[in-house]
Design a protein around this ligand. Structure first.
Ligand SMILES: *Cc1c(COP(=O)(O)O)cnc(C)c1O
Length: 390
């Protein structure tokens, strides 16, 4: 390098080879592109998702480590990591559907997904039908010759309804329609939808997979290589690709996913049980409670029931607002799946624009509070919630 002037040497940094050993942790390849010695290898890399790395939007070794790790945990063939959960959902919906196609989705959907589906219907001429998440006969009745996709969520937000994945996937298979499942709330530690017949599994890795409230990211896992390859070609055009640093943080979170999920579920069980006995609480919505409409199905499908619960305060909207002002340890914030406990009162925050009847259509009452339960000591959490209730 000494033949070059300082201006040039400062640009072309030394990269010492790592030989005879290798890093323990997955390295962060924070680079937007890759250098080639052979133009033929470069051309090959640009044409397929499993070749050499060429450009960050097409692939990156840190991002591929995350894709392979989650594809493996979900029992899929391959995955595409994206810049957000909505990036994964929009990549799959836009990649698989065209004008005139018909999509069948479950009624209770994540808000962003519901908005995206309405947009597809209004602006792109995609027909949409809605069915309950646990009714394979309703799915059979809703299918048309143009139906191209069935869209489900393992555990829906915020009321915790659980989809009948085996029944719905079997019905879709008879009809020859692929199924996509948003598995964000369950994670592969509680449910692996591909084992129940799903073709695509979607994640907001923002939530439990990264788990530390410091990343926005998403991921789509494909049961089959052909569907992955087809969607990959579209994904690089759409440009929803994941950033390597976000992927690196998510890999770090993923290593403790099993331990965190155990604690999230155990803490939620304790809070759900105590809330159900509290006089200020009219109802608790968590599929691990016998009073929940999905209890029986959830017991067959899941080993435990996740870290999100909702409950209705007897005092309605005013009580909900008071509860939000009174919590000290739990934080008033959006999102879920991180180590910290977060609370949300939809009627005065995320859904404040909706009148009571519209809220009710989303299954949300004026006094409904959602808790995304963290991994703190459960007695500290209960003490905080109990003082905020009184
Ligand atoms: C958060 C969330 C999404 C959207 O993910 P982002 O990372 O916020 O884009 C999709 N589905 C579910 C179930 C979610 O909780």
């Amino acid at each position: 390098m000494s033949a070059y002037r300082p201006e040039t040497r400062a640009v072309h940094l030394p990269q010492p080879p790592v030989e005879g050993s290798r890093p323990i942790a997955v390295p962060l390849y924070q680079t937007s592109g890759f250098v080639f010695d052979d133009p033929a290898v470069m051309a090959d890399a640009m044409s397929r998702p499993d070749g050499s790395f060429v450009y960050g939007r097409y692939g990156n070794p840190t991002v591929r480590s995350l894709e392979e790790a989650v594809a493996d945990l979900e029992g899929g063939a391959a995955a595409i990591a994206t810049g957000s959960g909505m990036g994964a959902i929009s990549t799959v919906l836009l990649g698989l559907l065209k004008p005139g196609d018909h999509l069948i989705a479950q009624q209770a959907l994540y808000g962003g997904t519901a908005a995206m589906i309405n947009e597809l219907a209004a602006r792109f001429g995609i027909e949409v039908g809605f069915v309950p998440e646990n009714d394979p006969d309703a799915l059979r009745a809703a299918v048309r010759p143009e139906t191209r996709l069935v869209y489900l969520e393992t555990i829906a937000n915020p009321m915790g309804r659980v989809a009948d994945l085996p029944g719905m996937c079997a019905a879709a298979r008879e009809l020859g329609v692929p199924v996509a499942v948003d598995n964000t709330f369950a994670t592969p530690m509680l449910c692996r939808p591909i084992e129940h017949g799903a073709d695509i599994v979607l994640h907001s890795t923002t939530k439990y997979l990264s788990g530390h409230t410091d990343v926005v990211g998403g991921l789509a896992v494909f049961a089959d290589d052909a569907l992955h390859r087809k969607t990959w070609h579209f994904a690089i055009e759409l440009g929803a690709s994941a950033d390597p640093f976000a992927a690196w943080l998510t890999l770090r979170g993923l290593q403790t996913l099993a331990l965190r999920m155990e604690r999230h579920c155990a803490n939620t069980r304790l809070l759900a049980t105590r809330l159900a006995e509290h006089p200020a609480v009219a109802a608790v919505h968590w599929p691990g409670l016998p009073s929940h409409p999905s209890y029986e199905l959830a017991g067959k499908l899941l080993p435990d029931f996740g870290g999100v619960l909702a409950f209705d305060l007897t005092g309605g909207r005013a009580a909900g607002e008071r509860f939000m002002r009174s919590v000290r340890l739990a934080l008033l914030a959006p999102s879920l799946g991180g180590v910290e406990t977060l609370v949300l009162h939809p009627a005065t925050t995320s859904h404040r624009a909706l009148p009571a009847e519209e809220l009710a259509r989303h299954g949300i009452g004026e006094g409904t509070v959602r808790i995304a339960v963290g991994i703190e000591h459960p007695e500290d959490l209960w003490a905080d919630i109990e003082q905020a209730l009184t």
